[in-house]
Design a protein around this ligand. Structure first.
Ligand SMILES: NC(=O)c1ccc[n+]([C@@H]2O[C@H](COP(=O)([O-])OP(=O)(O)OC[C@H]3O[C@@H](n4cnc5c(N)ncnc54)[C@H](O)[C@@H]3O)[C@@H](O)[C@H]2O)c1
Length: 257
């Protein structure tokens, strides 16, 4: 089992489905975690479920698209945890529409949360890690490689996260900051349920039925948040030092590249 004893990490989007899985695995591996999300009440609920005595977590309301909010949040995390060894950029946003109908505001939102949010958090944490070294893992998606219908902006945003991962990995190698990404397939979370809901009315198929078919095809089931989290824990660890700037598929083998 990957050992992260006494390591300290920020996880963004920590109140969501995959975020909760990441926090639980990092705690299980011995780390302490600052949970970032838009809604601090939701983040606190996740923290108190996973860390009932509150000794190894802290909850901070942060909008990853707002530079001031990010720098204040990172400063509070460094102060509260006594330092940092890394970051998981997991906050994300998807808005479905056809390319014909997609609104510019929806494109902006998805690029802001998925790409600019990942960049802002990485740079702010990177500034702290620069003299020390550390690791950053970005949550992209198989959408960033394969692409799916009705998700042009999300596909483009997640492809940009893969590109950003390579850029930061190269620029920050000399500072011993390792940057990688994971590309999950269909993970059992509220986000995936929302995708099924959107498609349901357009295809006239019950959302439950659509959701049931959205898992990893080769496994014949959806991916669990903790399965993504275990790969992230490995990429954060010293065992993965030789893996740099990669976008690792976490999709049960469905994406062959
Ligand atoms: N669920 C899937 O099938 C799937 C597949 C591949 C990749 N992903 C990616 O995994 C990540 C987590 O997704 P999830 O399925 O857990 O979704 P989710 O909707 O359950 O969680 C996303 C979280 O991000 C937070 N968030 C959104 N905008 C934010 C902002 N500006 N600042 C801070 N937090 C913000 C939300 O409040 C939410 O708690 C996302 O990046 C998503 O794109 C999900």
């Amino acid at each position: 089992m990957v050992n992260l004893t006494d390591r300290r990490y920020i996880v963004t989007g920590a109140a969501g489905g995959i975020g909760g899985g990441i926090v639980s695995v990092l705690l299980e591996r011995g780390a302490r975690v600052a949970l970032f999300d838009l809604d601090e009440t939701r983040t606190k609920a996740v923290a108190s479920r996973l860390d009932p005595d509150g000794q190894r977590t802290m909850s901070i309301g942060v909008d990853v698209t707002d530079p001031t909010s990010v720098s204040e949040g990172v400063a509070r995390a460094v102060d509260g945890l006594g330092g940092l060894e890394g970051l998981v950029n997991n906050a994300g946003s998807v808005v479905l529409d056809t390319a014909w109908d997609a609104a510019v505001e929806d494109w902006s939102k998805q690029l802001e949360v998925n790409v600019i949010g990942t960049f802002l958090c990485s740079r702010e944490v990177g500034r702290y890690l620069q003299p020390l070294g550390g690791a950053i893992v970005n949550v992209s998606s198989n959408c960033g490689k394969v692409g799916y219908k009705n998700m042009a902006a999300y596909n483009a945003a997640k492809a940009a996260v893969i590109s950003l991962t390579r850029s930061l990995s190269m620029e920050w190698a000399e500072d011993r900051i390792n940057v990688n990404a994971v590309c999950p397939g269909g993970v059992d979370t509220p986000m995936l349920a929302g995708v099924a809901e959107w498609l349901s009315s357009r295809l006239d198929v019950p959302a439950d039925e659509l959701l049931a078919g959205m898992g990893a095809a080769q496994l014949g089931r959806k991916i669990a948040p903790v399965e993504v989290a275990k790969v992230i824990a490995f990429l954060l660890s010293d065992d993965a030092l030789i893996i740099r700037g990669q976008a690792i598929n976490v999709d049960g083998g469905d994406t062959p590249y």
